[in-house]
Every structure is written in structure tokens, then in C-alpha cells.
Design a protein around this ligand. Structure first.
Ligand SMILES: Nc1ncnc2c1ncn2[C@@H]1O[C@H](COP(=O)(O)OP(=O)(O)OP(=O)(O)O)[C@@H](O)[C@H]1O
Ligand SMILES: [Mg+2]
Length: 320
């Protein structure tokens, strides 16, 4: 479905370039929920923007590319970086971070639906007929079609998020990107949004990339996941393996920091902070925080490679 090949992106700033993504490589399969986790500022949103082709100044793709490929209604499609925006909504859609603020608060939801559905898809329908289809779709998602008449400011945060997810999935795209879709919502609403995303993925049999700094979200809904650290993928593999048998010391620490039901021990967080992207340390960027770092780790950048079938990691310690 999606192939990310050696992707490196940076921001051009007046103080020089900030290299955010460094040689990111991964694939997302058909019919899977793929998670991306990592601390704030590690480049998750930059990665999604690069995947979705929102490559606008000051963001620049320095090297590599993204290929979106698959079949829809029996037709094969293939788009690479620079072309992906041609197929927005149809083959790929995006629920951006803080999506709740994406809807224009003073434009009725129905108008925003009509504006987002490409003209080709509306064929010979009148707007009323298109809205009828939208209303049916909302009902399928257990959403009242009344939201169409509402102004976004009249809806709760959870409702707005649901409306945006409905909008992003209405055209049954092959791949949906969702950036922190549950952040800033209370726990009960979070759960509802996750259930909605899972149900939609099952129904559409498409692929979903969900970005969240919350490991609990990944545990609940993803099939495979990537752990990002300072602009690179530290580890990638089946979610179950990531939680039960982590390879990278950073993953071990992330997973170890999670509370578990029935345990009464104090969990420790990860000491220190991720490095500034402006002047990253040489070698492995996690080395300054890694309890097992060696001299080699502080000098040489570890290669991201398949360590075991389906399990990828970038760590020198695996060779020892
Ligand atoms: N427009 C910009 N110009 C310069 N630097 C930027 C810009 N946008 C983001 N950055 C920097 O790029 C890095 C990655 O940011 P990004 O938003 O991708 O991180 P993130 O993992 O999504 O964080 P969060 O979890 O807080 O959403 C950060 O250090 C950020 O300061
Ligand atoms: Mg972000």
C-alpha cells in the first residue's frame, strides 16, 4: 500500500536547516493498522506531512520518496511523492493533528463536506443528493445526520473529531492517516474514537496509519508499529512483539514506563530529553540516554535493518 524509501526531510529556517527526518524506511501493508509512536518533537507530524505530500516551505524533502500503490474498484493506482496530492480523499486521506480545529467554525458541516468531495465523485448528483449519501454514511457510523446542519463550534470536541473522521473516510480511501486523533479528548471519548477508527478499517478493509505518543493506543488498535526517536525509526515490528519482546533499548524503556493492571510498583520514566534536532549528537542519537551505550554507539550511526523476520531495529548492541 505504502512504501517509504530513504526519506529525509528538513525545515529551512533563518538559522539554517533543521534535519528532522533521517533515512526513514518502512512499508504499510493492505488491510492493516500501522502505528507510529515517539516523544513530542521526534518528527511524527513531519513524517505524515511528507507522506501526504504537504511538502510546503519551510518543509523540504531532501532525499528519498514515498510510493502509494494499490487497487481500488479493480483499478490499479500508483503515485509517488509529488503526485500523491492528486489522489487526496480518493486513495489517501488525512486526519491532521488538532483536527478539531481544522473545520472552519462558522461554516456549516454540510458545506465543508460538499467542498471536500471531489467534483468527479459527485458525478451528476445535485448537492442535495450528495448530502443524502453523506447522511446515510453518518448513520452507518452511528452519527446523527443533524451534525450536517450544525456549525462546528456547536459540536463537542469528540463530535467534531467524529465528523472529521467521517469526512476523511467517506470516499473509502485505501489509506487513512490520523495524527494524534485521540489526544486532547477525555478518556471515554478517546475510546469511542478508537472504536470508530477500528470499525471503519474493518469495514473498508483499507489501511490506517495512526500516530500517537500514547503507547496504550498502539497496544489497543495497531497490528504493527514503528517507534521513532529523533527523526529516525528506532524499531519496527508487530505490535505484540514490540510490547512483549522489545529489541531497541529505547523501546524497552518506553514499554517499561507503562503501568500495568495489577502491579503495584513505581514505574520509571526515561531520564533526560531527546536531543535538539539542530545539533544532534554524533552516532546513535539515543546513546546519551541509553544505559547500554558503548563508544561505538557514540560515534557511528547504527543502520536500520531487519534483525529477525519482520522485526527491524537500528542498534549496534544487536551485533554483540
Ligand atoms: N515549520 C517549522 N519550522 C522549523 N522547525 C519545525 C517546523 N515544524 C516543526 N519543526 C520542528 O521539527 C521537529 C519535529 O516536529 P513534529 O511536529 O514533526 O514532531 P511531532 O513528533 O509531531 O511532535 P508532537 O508529538 O509534539 O506532535 C520539532 O523539533 C519541531 O520543532
Ligand atoms: Mg505532531
Amino acid at each position: 500500500m505504502l512504501r517509504v524509501e530513504n526519506l529525509s526531510s528538513s525545515y529551512k529556517t533563518i538559522d539554517g536547516d533543521v534535519h528532522v527526518l533521517n533515512n526513514v524506511n518502512f512499508t504499510v501493508n493492505d488491510n492493516e493498522i500501522f502505528g507510529i509512536a515517539g516523544e513530542s518533537g521526534c518528527g511524527k507530524t513531519t513524517l505524515l506531512n511528507s507522506l501526504y505530500d504537504i511538502i510546503e516551505y519551510p518543509l523540504v524533502v531532501d532525499s528519498g520518496r514515498v510510493v502509494l500503490e494499490g487497487t481500488k474498484n479493480g483499478n490499479h493506482f500508483s503515485y509517488a511523492t509529488g503526485e500523491i496530492r492528486k489522489t487526496w480523499w480518493n486513495n489517501i486521506s488525512y486526519v491532521p493533528q488538532a483536527a478539531q480545529s481544522v473545520l472552519n467554525p462558522i461554516v456549516r458541516v454540510k458545506t465543508q463536506f460538499l467542498d471536500s468531495i471531489p467534483k468527479e465523485d459527485r458525478k451528476k448528483e445535485t448537492p442535495a443528493q450528495t448530502l443524502e449519501r453523506v447522511a446515510l454514511y453518518l448513520k452507518e457510523l452511528s452519527l446523527s445526520p443533524d451534525v450536517l446542519e450544525a456549525y462546528p463550534f456547536q459540536l463537542s470536541g469528540g463530535m467534531r473529531q467524529r465528523a472529521i473522521i467521517a469526512l476523511a473516510t467517506f470516499m473509502a480511501p485505501n489509506l487513512v492517516l490520523a495524527d494524534e486523533p485521540t489526544t486532547a479528548l477525555d478518556v471515554v471519548v478517546q475510546k469511542g474514537i478508537l472504536m470508530m477508527l477500528m470499525r471503519l478499517q474493518k469495514q473498508l478493509k483499507n489501511s490506517l496509519i495512526i500516530v500517537s505518543h500514547d503507547m496504550g493506543v498502539h497496544y489497543q488498535i495497531t497490528n504493527r508499529m514503528a517507534i521513532m526517536y529523533s527523526g529516525s525509526i528506532a524499531e519496527l515490528g508487530p505490535t505484540e512483539a514490540i510490547f512483549n519482546d522489545p529489541i531497541h533499548p529505547y523501546t524497552t524503556m518506553l514499554v517499561g514506563a507503562l503501568p500495568r493492571v495489577g502491579e503495584d510498583i513505581q514505574r520509571v520514566g526515561i531520564a533526560g530529553r531527546p536531543p535538539a534536532l539542530k545539533n544532534p549528537p554524533p552516532g546513535c542519537r539515543f546513546a546519551p540516554r541509553c544505559p547500554r551505550a558503548t563508544d561505538r554507539c557514540r560515534k557511528e550511526v547504527p543502520e536500520f535493518r531487519e534483525v529477525r523476520p519482520g522485526r527491524f531495529a537500528a542498534c549496534h548492541l544487536l551485533n554483540e
